[in-house]
Design a protein around this ligand. Structure first.
Ligand code: ATP
Length: 260
């Protein structure tokens, strides 16, 4: 349920997706308020990444609806969703390895807003001015994610944690209202993990809502006032991390055997 004082920015209703007759996301609904970080947890194969693919438009949904700030995105192309403010990161970041860190961030700029008019009127000097403005903004964002010192390096040299920070920077360049974060802690060393957590808090304080898939329960506990537990494609439980981690059904399908 969304608190009326914090209206919903992202709303999904009854999202369902099957592959070859096997239902991997089954009637999932969620409501994310503009000020919120909502965690999505659950065992491997629960359908969490598929849910992100459906929200981001990488896969078409079989049934259900998706709204972002009241606009129906259910059938919108992924690029249209990005332009409307829905950003996402991937479990395994895929930067352009030979481009520099700065160039990687600049490629995520959404200058195609009003593209037809822009291309009709554009002159070389206008394009150059836009590029300079993008470079200034990309440098500010690299500073925000503490990667400024690497801006001229090819992305191929980055560590796993630095690649996650670069992904965050690329998403921020597109000026999102909501970010879907898919396992930002996976493969990240403890020092960078603290930095990533700190940057997610800072991003949220800018008014950007976050939907966070994560297996790292410490990170979930530090970031998420509310979590949704998925199992076998369905929402099994919702509540605070303390509430859901006490539930016998959640312990049974997910938490048993995990490191404390
Ligand atoms: N394109 C696809 N075609 C067929 N089956 C798929 C496809 N994508 C995902 N699946 C299946 O859907 C189920 C859910 O997978 P998904 O990756 O969404 O789970 P997950 O909760 O994100 O798991 P993990 O925590 O391991 O990332 C799995 O059984 C997976 O094999």
């Amino acid at each position: 349920m969304t608190d009326p004082s914090h209206p919903s920015i992202l709303e999904a209703r009854g999202i369902t997706k099957s592959f070859g007759g096997f239902c991997v996301v089954n009637d999932v609904s969620l409501s994310l308020s503009a000020s919120e970080i909502l965690g999505v947890i659950g065992p491997n194969g629960a359908g969490k990444s598929t849910l992100f693919n459906l929200l981001a438009g990488a896969l078409p949904i079989d049934s259900g609806s998706i709204r972002l700030a009241g606009t129906d995105l259910t059938r919108a192309r992924p690029e249209a969703r990005i332009q409307l403010g829905l950003g996402r990161t991937f479990q395994i970041p895929r930067p352009f390895p030979r481009m520099t860190v700065l160039e990687n961030v600049m490629t995520a700029a959404q200058n195609q807003r009003g593209e037809s008019l822009f291309s009709a009127l554009a002159t070389a000097s206008l394009v150059a001015r836009q590029e300079r403005a993008n470079a200034v903004r990309a440098r500010d964002i690299l500073d925000f994610v503490s990667l400024s010192h690497l801006e001229d390096q090819p992305a191929a040299v980055l560590s796993g944690g630095q690649r996650k920070l670069l992904e965050l920077a690329r998403v921020l360049m597109a000026e999102p209202r909501v970010i879907l974060l898919d396992e930002p802690a996976a493969g990240v060393n403890p020092a960078l993990l603290d930095l990533i957590i700190d940057r997610i808090v800072a991003i949220n304080k800018l008014g950007i809502a976050v939907l966070l898939i994560e297996h790292n329960m410490e990170m979930i506990g530090r970031l998420c006032p509310r979590v949704m537990v998925m199992a076998a494609g369905k929402v099994l439980a919702e509540g605070t991390p303390a509430e859901v981690t006490k539930r016998a059904d959640v312990i049974d399908v997910y938490l048993e055997g995990m490191p404390a």
